[in-house]
Design a protein around this ligand. Sequence first.
Ligand SMILES: *Cc1c(COP(=O)(O)O)cnc(C)c1O
Length: 382
Amino acid sequence: MSDQHSFETLAIHAGNTADPLTGAVVPPIYQVSTYKQDGVGGLRGGYEYSRSANPTRTALEENLAALEGGRRGLAFASGLAAEDCLLRALLVPGDHVVIPNDAYGGTFRLFAKVVQRWGVEYSVADTSDPASVRAALTDRTKVIWVETPSNPLLGITDIAAVADIARSAGAKLVVDNTFASPYLQQPLALGADVVVHSLTKYMGGHSDVVGGALVTADAGLGEELAYHQNAMGAVAGPFDSWIVLRGIKTLAVRMDRHSENAARVAEMLSGHPKVTRVLYPGLEEHPGHEIAAKQMKSFGGMVSFQVRGGEEAAVEVCNRAELFTLGESLGGVESLIEHPGRMTHASVAGSALEVPGDLVRLSVGIESADDLLADLQQALGR
Ligand SMILES: *Cc1c(COP(=O)(O)O)cnc(C)c1O
């Protein structure tokens, strides 16, 4: 597939070549572990064993590489499995990483409770401020980790500026692109070395699969990551690969609607007397608004806000919502509401990444915006 095609076309066609045997227009689910060899070592299409490679996973991996503008895509059993593989491929004991002061709770837990035990140190920086990233560097820094927009505070990091810092420090820049998706933001083009995804979220898009991905534009690094993917084995299965590939076909239209609906929700919340602060990069008063406007196509479907009355009031809003389903995760077609302090980010309590108790996070779905606004208004109370 020519990479001259536009994103919407690649989303539907990259990796999705018609099945050579039957002409099926959708790649079949190759639910198989091993492959008949034509004489010892005579592999058909390079397929030998499905941990190493499986045609349905290959289709997804080619699609992911095309959408991020990379050379190599790799699909994993979850976002955290992808992160784990990446960190074990890049780091050795004694190395140092810079992590953001606002990130997915599970990412922080991986650094603080798992990676640190292997002798890898980390420092926490406000990655929305390049000076804070520079100040956190040591002579052993090998990775700078960025999540933009961040989870759950919707902070914005200037990817190109941090890429310059990483390059001059001899460190790799990793960008978790889960909140934006490659339709809204392409970190590799801005200088990132590796993009991380939880495919569970917008890429899958229907709250029906858990998956993760790594994409890089560096063919050598791609080979190394593929080696580790096979050596460690946390690969995406054929059915999960297939269902993510199907979700991605509508990514562009879904993201447009997520962004439109979230902008309307953010605007309504900004004028609501029970809301003290709205965190959405599409709002002009958001400190990262200009950088987001520069590096994103639109501002995405995630909105967080702080509620007058503190933690109990925030929990009450979550409990009263009806159309917004109370639940963890994000990025599906259906709207979700949650209390990060007690739910997704409970693992960062007491750390530098602790989130405010009065915070509510919304994953704004693609239902009618009017219905979503009415539900939030009733949840906030008259
Ligand atoms: C969910 C999430 C992850 C982890 O992905 P899983 O698929 O749940 O393992 C990582 N980063 C971000 C930003 C996420 O939202």
